[in-house]
Design a binder for this molecule. Structure first.
Ligand SMILES: Nc1ncnc2c1ncn2[C@@H]1O[C@H](COP(=O)(O)OP(=O)(O)OP(=O)(O)O)[C@@H](O)[C@H]1O
Ligand SMILES: [Mg+2]
Length: 496
């Protein structure tokens, strides 16, 4: 019997001319939590999709407990005890929680779905995981984070011995992330093997036993978590250590460009603040505090009461078109739904937002388009075969970079960023921070919503903190710290 519950050997995968994986190997022991890391486009999701039977490798061998297996369809993977929680959730919104978990496997009693058994099984699963959702409620009503937990329950319902998580914490709140860590530790104790894809070092150090790093579709190295520093992991990922994650701030904060007064709707209450030219204004708060809703109201996506004054003039953005016309741009939190035309190329997507600028005097300038597009592909290190690659074919993180590139290229006067580095690798994060600083230097004012406090502390000129729809405080960079932010984020007193 082999020491390993899983071995993948000499795995190759190419898409047309692109080698997503070449000669990759991976092994795993029972009770081990293996973190799979690497830059956006390194091949992490592809390798795991092969294991889960969603993709077929061009070449390669897979062994379970030393026995060679053939996995060509998801059902083969299930039969070998392998379950995967995907990066992009695939759920049927109009079905109930229980139906989603047992889809295609309903227990039938004389030809009818045995609703009672379905419900009981679902509740038992939730109990094991220490989570609860009403089995008969529709999946549609739940947040991405909660749906993720439902997906985990589904993965476990297959009685698996290997479970794969593809970036599960990207959409989770701090508390939900803690819950997931608890679940992973519990699975480990039960002797299951876990593979966790994540860009977050916190995840690796919280639950990981070992890290396997991929780089450009090849193995870059493996490290024991307890014996490695963040720098060691980063070096395997990007080929060098990162001296500095945050840029030296060089922007000059100017005069007030926008005044926000008593902004109110069903999600936000009485929010007032000023934004200055060339300023990076951070917005902190727990998930659900109304940060996204604040950006949406400013941009014109949601109706609100109150006043916006831009360059001394009262304005109302009644629609995103109003916002765009007045020089606002928004990078939404949920980029998949709101940001991209998936079946078009990177070029077409990036150019969409700058068409106006490119077609001055009514004439399109294709050359200029190409230059701008290539500039952003390079700046954001978008891993693609070229500017004409269809966005759908890009890895998750690279798709996010395209949305960001699209907004940045539009050179707005006021840039609204909602979790701009979510799902993006460490190297690209540093690039995005640098671009934010560069834009501020050009006089662009930027409001950044982020759940990563280190990020806000590293790039902001000032930080607003929200709690349950209110502004609970404002911190200058002298006053700001993780503790100060947290204190305000859970405080019940509104300011202003
Ligand atoms: N259907 C496809 N057609 C062409 N290329 C593809 C396809 N699917 C993936 N690729 C390419 O394979 C490479 C690896 O992608 P993969 O999704 O595995 O990356 P990843 O490591 O999961 O990245 P991320 O951190 O961004 O999620 C990328 O260069 C991607 O563009
Ligand atoms: Mg991926």
């Amino acid at each position: 019997m082999s020491d390993f519950i899983l071995e993948m050997k000499h795995i190759y995968k190419s898409y047309g001319g692109i080698h997503a994986l070449s000669d990759v190997g991976l092994d795993l022991k029972a009770g081990e939590v293996l973190c799979l890391c690497g830059e956006n486009g390194a091949g992490k999701s592809t390798l795991m999709k092969i294991l889960a039977g969603v993709e077929t490798p061009t070449e390669g061998e897979i062994y379970i407990n030393g026995r060679p297996v053939r996995i060509t369809k998801p059902i083969d993977a299930f039969n070998e005890g392998i379950s995967m929680v995907h990066q992009e959730l695939v759920q049927i919104e109009e079905m109930t929680v229980a139906e989603n978990i047992y889809v295609g496997r309903f227990k039938t009693k004389a030809g009818f779905v045995d609703k009672k058994a379905l419900r009981e099984n679902t509740l038992k699963l939730f109990e094991e995981l220490d989570i609860f959702f009403e089995p008969d409620s529709l999946v549609r009503q739940y947040s991405v984070a909660n749906r993720q937990l439902i997906e985990i329950a589904k993965a476990l319902s297959h009685n698996c011995s290997i479970i794969i998580f593809d970036e599960p914490t990207a959409a989770l709140t701090i508390e939900e992330t803690e819950k997931l860590y608890r679940i992973i530790r519990r699975l480990k104790q039960k002797g299951m093997a876990v593979i966790l894809i994540s860009h977050r070092m916190e995840d690796i150090y919280a639950v990981g036993d070992r890290v396997e790093v991929l780089k450009d579709g090849e193995n870059s190295g493996t490290l024991r978590v307890s014996e490695s520093k963040v720098d060691d992991i980063v070096k395997l990922m990007i080929g060098r250590t990162m001296t500095q994650q945050f840029p030296h701030k060089t922007n000059q904060v100017g005069d007030v460009i926008m005044e926000v007064k008593n902004l109110t709707n069903s999600k936000i209450s009485n929010i007032s603040f000023d934004l200055r030219r060339g300023e990076v204004l951070g917005v902190a708060g727990l998930v659900g505090a109304g940060r996204t809703e604040l950006l949406r109201a400013i941009f014109g996506l949601d109706a609100c009461e109150g006043n916006l004054t831009l360059n001394g003039k009262r304005i109302v953005n009644q629609s995103p078109m109003d916002g765009l016309k007045r020089g606002f741009a928004l990078v939404p939190e949920d980029r998949k739904d709101q940001g991209l035309i998936l079946n078009q190329s990177i070029l077409q997507n990036i150019v969409l937002s700058i068409l106006k600028k490119m077609s001055a005097w009514g004439i399109m300038k294709p050359k200029k388009e190409t230059v701008v597009c290539e500039e952003y592909i390079q700046k954001l290190k978008i891993r693609a075969s070229g500017k004409n690659m269809i966005v759908q074919m890009l890895s998750g993180g690279n798709q996010q970079k395209v949305v960001l590139g699209k907004c940045l290229a539009s050179k707005p006067e006021i840039l609204l960023l909602d979790e701009p580095t979510r799902g993006v690798d460490v190297g690209a994060k540093a690039e995005i921070y640098k671009i934010i600083n560069d834009l501020a230097c050009e006089g662009i004012s930027i409001i950044v919503v982020s759940s990563e406090m280190t990020e806000l502390l590293g790039i902001s000129d000032r930080i607003l903190v929200m709690h349950e729809g209110y502004l609970s405080g404002e911190l200058s960079m002298n006053e700001a710290s993780e503790e100060a932010i947290m204190r305000l984020a859970i405080s019940h007193e509104a300011v202003g």
